[in-house]
Design a protein around this ligand. Structure first.
Ligand code: DX5
Ligand code: ZN
Length: 222
């Protein structure tokens, strides 16, 4: 049976030892490294930018999955692409021309991803689905790690999956926010789980934490 892919969010890691933390999650079976970029405008928090991605690129064997929670991402995507971002995910609410930004991400050699806040309906991203390799469904209000999972957001996964099927387009669906081995059971139709606290602050070693998340996929999907 297929298992979830796991993208630990380094927002919950020890920032003074990021290279070691990435080596540890890699060894423990993580699939991607999730990098949460916040600008203090689009969300009420500040985190890290492209220079950190550039520093992590040579020390990470895993793809760097960059989630841009920033206004006007068009101003920064070239920096992230050059820094080595494998995937660059933008918020549909953050730009006036999502199609242009997604096309630019692809032209720069990164994979385009699109996400939406909990208050935004799934239909808001439908016009852009043909342009993306990844759809990120937020199950918390973006801005902070360690928040509670918003269960009602899980219905968006099926809506997006159905629309992808209707337009005959393949893209991975990733879920972000409040994921634990328990809440992960409610997002069976997703492919990739972002997990901050459930990996770095789980109270068990990273291998066990990641195994529990991967194993939360119990339904066999066709
Ligand atoms: C929230 C971020 C998430 C967050 C996940 O704005 O996008 O990636 O760090 O953290 P947990 O898994 O602890 O909710
Ligand atoms: Zn994120």
């Amino acid at each position: 049976m297929a298992k979830f892919m796991i993208a630990p969010s380094i927002l919950s890691a020890d920032f003074s030892r990021l290279a070691e933390e990435i080596a540890a999650i890699t060894e423990a079976g993580a699939d991607w490294v999730h990098v949460d970029v916040m600008d203090g405008h689009f969300v009420p928090n500040l985190t890290i930018g492209a220079p950190v991605v550039k520093s992590l690129k040579p020390v990470s064997k895993l793809p760097l999955d960059c989630h841009l929670m920033i206004e006007e991402p068009e101003k920064y995507i070239e920096d992230f692409a050059k820094a080595g971002a494998s995937t660059i995910t933008i918020h549909v609410e953050a730009t006036r021309d999502a199609a242009a930004v997604l096309k630019k991400i692809r032209s720069l050699g990164s994979k385009p991803g699109l996400t939406l806040k909990p208050a935004t309906p799934a239909s808001a991203i439908f016009p852009y689905l043909p342009l993306v390799d990844l759809v990120l469904v937020m199950t918390v209000n973006p801005g902070f790690s360690g928040q509670s999972f918003m269960a009602e957001q899980a219905t968006k996964i099926a809506e997006i999956r159905a629309e992808l099927k209707r337009i005959e387009h393949t893209a991975l669906i990733e879920v972000d926010g409040g994921i634990t081995p328990e809440t992960a059971r409610q997002v069976q139709d997703a492919d990739v789980l972002v997990a901050g606290n459930a990996v770095f602050k789980a109270g068990v070693d990273y291998r066990e934490a990641i195994r529990r998340l991967k194993d939360a996929k119990t339904e066999s999907l066709t």
